[in-house]
Ligand binder design. Sequence first.
Ligand code: PLP
Length: 392
Amino acid sequence: MVNSKHPFIPYGKQTIDEQDIQEVVKALKSDFLTTGPIVDLFEQRIAEYVGAKYAVAFSNGTAALHGACFAAGIRDGDEVITTPMTFAASANCVLYVGGIPIFADIDPKTYNIDPKEIRRKITSKTKAIIPVDYTGQPVNLEEIIKIAEENNLVVIEDAAHAIGATYKGKKIGSIADMTMFSFHPVKHITTGEGGIITTNNKLYYDKLKQFRSHGITRDKTLLKEYHGPWYYEMQFLGYNYRMTDIQAALGTSQLNKLDMFIEKRRKIVKQYNDAFRILDEVTIPFQSRDSKSSWHLYVLQLETEKLCCDRKEMFEALQKVGIGVNVHYIPVHYQPYYQKLGYRNGEYPISEEVYSKIITLPLFPGMVNEDVEYIIRNVKDLITKYSLKSNG
Ligand SMILES: *Cc1c(COP(=O)(O)O)cnc(C)c1O
């Protein structure tokens, strides 16, 4: 559908170099292909990076969230509060274990889950909260953890967007009971597919390790019996959600570059902000003083009442000139599957209004200055063209 001569710029993309490729080749030549010493090393390196005691790698971020819900003890009929302004996986993981996702609306400035709304949604069945660090901007963890402590809830932070982000000077990944990171190629660092849970809690750690491998353990401190060196026990129904050493080799190599990737993202965001701040027709992303975003996504809000077009026209016009815009997210309760479960439109008005106005611009470390300038020029031109001000 791209008509322009300009090469298409996707909204997000991995950055893989020769060193990454060499590390994967080394893993392919090693004795292990699946979960072995490189997965152990990757887990250790991620735990160190975020400042957590433990990390358990999974085949993808969604499997990791499934594991976290299981480890948190969420079972049939338990309610778990999350945001509608997220990818479906943040709520689907609750359904996997028989729980009920309860959506709490977002804050109109940060687009993150609003702690006041969380309080409003708590019942005697509430078991956990799954806040999402939307676009890499950490949620109000202090308030959310306070609510969790008062109500005896587990906090599973969906930080798929937020590796390398900080909250009050502390890295995301060491603060909530469990934190999930994703290594899908559009995220900060990639393993192809992959995810991880970090935690400081040994009980969660043991459960997560067992869950990702059929519910099986060989750990003598956990076995009920011991028949000999071959002996293992399957103690509950787990899955095969293991990461391979091939993936972990890529992840370990990528992790060396994470801080540099984030710096590049921050630089591009600054260029975008400087260009768009002055336009009345758009609102640039909110930046909290409490935290430092890791900038997974750059989301611009269109002030549609000041424009003669809607978001769809703007979206299509940008696509036409080769700019891979996107929308993050279609609120989860809009999905036909959730509608069938009984979730209704109109119940989360802020998420719904924000959804109708947002547009995601390309943001990834491999973007060159010419890409950024090309995007800025086109967005500005379109805003001028569609502005009610310039059209009288
Ligand atoms: C990417 C993402 C996930 C899921 O991660 P996968 O590794 O793709 O399974 C979950 N939540 C959010 C908010 C995400 O962006």
